[in-house]
Design a binder for this molecule. Structure first.
Ligand code: HEM
Length: 87
């Protein structure tokens, strides 16, 4: 993956003195939520014969397409969640 994307363009919590006070909280909570989901589900990108010959880079671009704006909206995230076995 190329590392030339403008990192400063991603400011979900804003910056400076009025930046989000809940940032640390929400980042910690998000990791906990994602860990819980991933421990319960196996998550795969939906297989589609239409995209059988795409490269890894083309697949990444397709799956991560988003609509830019005040908030960024994913266009289509073709994920499949399969429940893992209960232990
Ligand atoms: C994904 C979750 C969150 C996002 C993306 C987010 C984003 C933001 C952004 C962009 C601002 C700045 C708004 C501005 O520029 O005027 C902000 C402010 C703020 N956020 Fe969050 N926030 C999140 C979660 C939280 C949580 C969980 C809390 C509290 C527990 C929180 C508390 C605050 C407070 C108090 C401010 C105002 C800071 C100030 O004006 O000095 N946020 N947030």
């Amino acid at each position: 993956m190329d590392d030339k994307w403008p990192r400063d363009a991603f400011l979900p919590f804003n910056a400076g003195p009025r930046a989000c006070l809940g940032r640390r909280f929400t980042e910690t909570e998000s990791v906990a939520v994602i860990a819980m989901i991933v421990s319960r589900y196996k998550i795969d990108i939906k297989e589609d014969p239409k995209f059988a010959h795409e490269t890894a880079d083309q697949r990444r671009r397709r799956v991560l397409r988003s609509k830019p704006g005040l908030s960024m909206t994913p266009l289509k995230v073709p994920l499949v969640f399969r429940r893992r076995q209960e232990t």
